[in-house]
Design a protein around this ligand. Structure first.
Ligand code: A2P
Length: 316
């Protein structure tokens, strides 16, 4: 299994299990199945609403001796309603309580967007804090404090553009160690990869398989399917692999981590077995040509008229 290396010698397994959209009643079993089948990296977040069940599963595998805590890599994320300095560490402690852990391996600021404390999801402009009310550097400094206190071994961000990373890096000596973003063959993120590599920031690819189980996907029946893409299917056939395995393997070859979500035992195993696929130059060239800067997660849910977060990805 490939790993991404950190300066202190820690290693993040390149393939992790995603838990976004994994329903309660299923997520615990998925986590247990994944760990029993060799996964060592689980990606969580407070807003997924399922950390308590993930915690139950982690407690079981640790108690049963299937894995040791130090061999697991557990990531979680600070939700947008806890960006205020005084709210960061309590939010992290709640996640630790839910996950039944003493420390995380990685804690990320989930979005460069702040909601008012108590707002789970914004309904109007009044539900947001402005950039002046919740400066990202203040949230970041608390993340660093959490690391110093040993509540998490590493800290990073998610959904940050190069512009936002640059801004944060200009204000701190200790920048994010990881940026987790949407990344797949339709959104290859080449310039962000280059920026992050120059600044020693690892990338994790979310929605690697196109997140066809998003609520928004039901509303967008015409959005392009990655797993049904003809080129991906042809390459998969050539290697006797599945389309998902081709994509996951492509991610790890490019040096990012990748967190495919599944609650199905066969697919959980299949996704980890993608390490066996051997993509060649021609395959990589054909996949490179699929980039069309297409996002499944548009961030539109944060765009309310006139708030400070309209251009969330800094692309306008
Ligand atoms: P399921 O959980 O039933 O396996 P993403 O990781 O991009 O968010 O995509 C998750 C979606 O992809 C889920 O609908 C998940 O369904 C599905 N999925 C996960 N692994 C595979 C696979 N190997 N083949 C096909 N679909 C998969």
């Amino acid at each position: 299994m490939k790993h991404l290396n950190f300066k202190n010698g820690d290693k993040m397994p390149a393939i992790g299990l995603g838990t976004w959209k994994s329903d309660k009643g299923e997520v615990g079993k998925a986590v247990k199945t994944a760990i029993e089948n060799g996964y060592r990296h689980i990606d969580c977040a407070a807003t997924y609403g399922n950390e308590a069940e993930v915690g139950e599963a982690l407690a079981e595998v640790l108690k049963e001796g299937i894995v040791k805590r130090e061999d697991l890599w557990i990531t979680s994320k600070l939700w947008n309603n806890a960006h205020k300095s005084e709210d960061v560490i309590p939010a992290l402690k709640q996640t630790l309580k839910d996950l039944q852990l003493d420390y995380l391996d990685l804690y990320l600021i989930h979005w460069p967007v702040a909601f008012k404390p108590g707002v789970a999801f914004p309904e109007n402009d009044e539900d947001y804090l402005s950039l002046e009310e919740a400066p990202i550097i203040e949230t970041w400094n608390k993340m660093l404090e959490a690391k110093k206190e040993g509540l998490t071994r590493h800290v990073g961000v998610s959904n940050f553009s190069a512009t936002k990373l640059k801004d944060l890096l200009s204000k701190t000596e200790n920048g994010p160690e990881v940026n987790q973003v949407e990344l797949h063959p339709y959104l290859q993120q080449n310039s962000l990869i280059e920026f992050c590599s120059k600044n020693e920031i690892h990338l994790t690819a979310y929605s690697p398989l196109g997140s066809g189980d998003r609520v928004d996907a039901m509303k967008a029946p015409d959005e392009p399917s990655l797993l049904e893409n003809k080129v991906i299917k042809k390459i998969a056939k050539k290697h006797g692999a599945s389309p998902a395995q081709v994509i996951i393997n492509w991610d790890t070859l490019r040096g990012t981590a990748v967190i495919p979500k599944s609650t199905n035992e066969g697919r959980i195993v299949e996704n980890l077995e993608s390490t066996g696929v051997k993509l060649d130059e021609e395959d990589l060239k054909q996949i490179a040509d699929l980039d069309e800067h297409f996002r499944y997660v548009t961030g539109e849910f944060f765009v309310t008229k006139g708030n400070s977060y309209e251009d969330i990805y800094d692309e306008k």
